[in-house]
Design a protein around this ligand. Sequence first.
Ligand code: SF4
Length: 473
Amino acid sequence: MTSCHAPNHHTDKLLNPIYFMVMRQNWLPYAKTNAPRYTSYPTAVQFNENTNLETATDWMKSLNPDEAISVYTHIPFCEKLCWYCGCHTTIPNGYDRIGRYFETLLKEVQLWKEELGQHAGASHVHFGGGTPNALNADHMLQLLDALHDAFRIREDAEIAIELDPRTLDLNMIRSLAAGGVNRASLGVQDFNLKVQQAVNRVQPFELVRESVERLRNWGIRGLNFDLLYGLPFQTADTVRDTALKAAKLAPDRISAFGYAHVPWFAKHQKAIDENALPDTEARFALFNVIAETLQSEGYVAIGLDHFAREEDPLAKALSAGSLKRNFQGYTDDACDTLIAMGASGISEFRHGYCQNLKNIRDWSECVESGKLPIQRGVPVSDDDRLRRKIIEKLMCDMSVDVEEICQQQGHSDTELNKCFEFLKPLANDDICHIDGSVVSVPDDARIFLRSVAQAFDEYASPSNNSPRHAKAV
Ligand code: SF4
């Protein structure tokens, strides 16, 4: 073990003196550096307007007719703002704006249906936000019907949706069940009332328990919980208690994301009391308390921040070496093509990424004029593809044989010698191991996966500490 299980003076003020993993002092500089989340490569920072509707139209025509696709729909509305929020969302104050957005969304679905080349139907469908259950139950069912019609959603498809338990009613659950939804992701964050009050999101355990029960009763059995560490007033006790309560409800997947405090960028975060925020070392310990608790409750650790039950497809994909990473995080979705609808949605094709207009009014005007609302993007070059594969392997399997990937993709392994130079200090500090051409990340340095992957990133090398990305810890 490269770290011990004992309290230290830095974390005592926030964490109880019971067992938790303490960060080594030589890891602290790495924890404070910024690194992309690598849900794509190149990342969205590289998107520009040289890639536009014309480029994307060429890409979308060249689908393989035997190829299944993934579909994403973005609903950028929430009833109330959580102060930690870093998502693309709006508080609409009433249903009118949401209703208009829904009407335009149906038109965008039709535009994609007309423009897209032949494909073999949709095998993965995901609704994200914002809060997808900001739509009313009738509109949700109509939207699901429209997606079934436009993209021929397969019988065995995974249809997943992000839900806010505070606003989830029975009518919505009925619509989701009728439309074939089979996986729900509930925003939980933390079950402690003081923590919830400090971030303007009060949702008692009982409310989440009821939502879970209702979803299961209506046949929606795939369940994810999203937890958040790094929130004000969190301690080892609160996060352990939250993780135990979460595990008690037995969702098949739980994620533990780090709160990114960037009030200069997300102005509403100024409402959060900075004095109550855990420091870097405490954040490291909080993550590890959650990780250890979930693993002791039978969850398998997956990549950077996911946990899944052994029988879950994500855990099986990890064992089989087929785990993937896309804009929704870790996935067993093997599709190369992702069609994204709604303001700010990002689509992926074999040739590159493209993003819809972010501003709801601009997006709406463009769709209403009969054009797909694509604003910007980035092509993926051969070199990007090679680095993307290596980064994805690291982020998913925590290990990659660089030479093997280079050979598979027809590249010389010497092309990436510079990356190994970047990795040397991390290897000296036990954040990664290098054995010939194999780079691996030990379990206790899991939280630094992004920093190791960054060594292979041509655009954001470790020497380029871009504030546009979140801190490693
Ligand atoms: S519900 Fe989610 S998207 Fe909406 S404000 Fe809260 S964190 Fe942001």
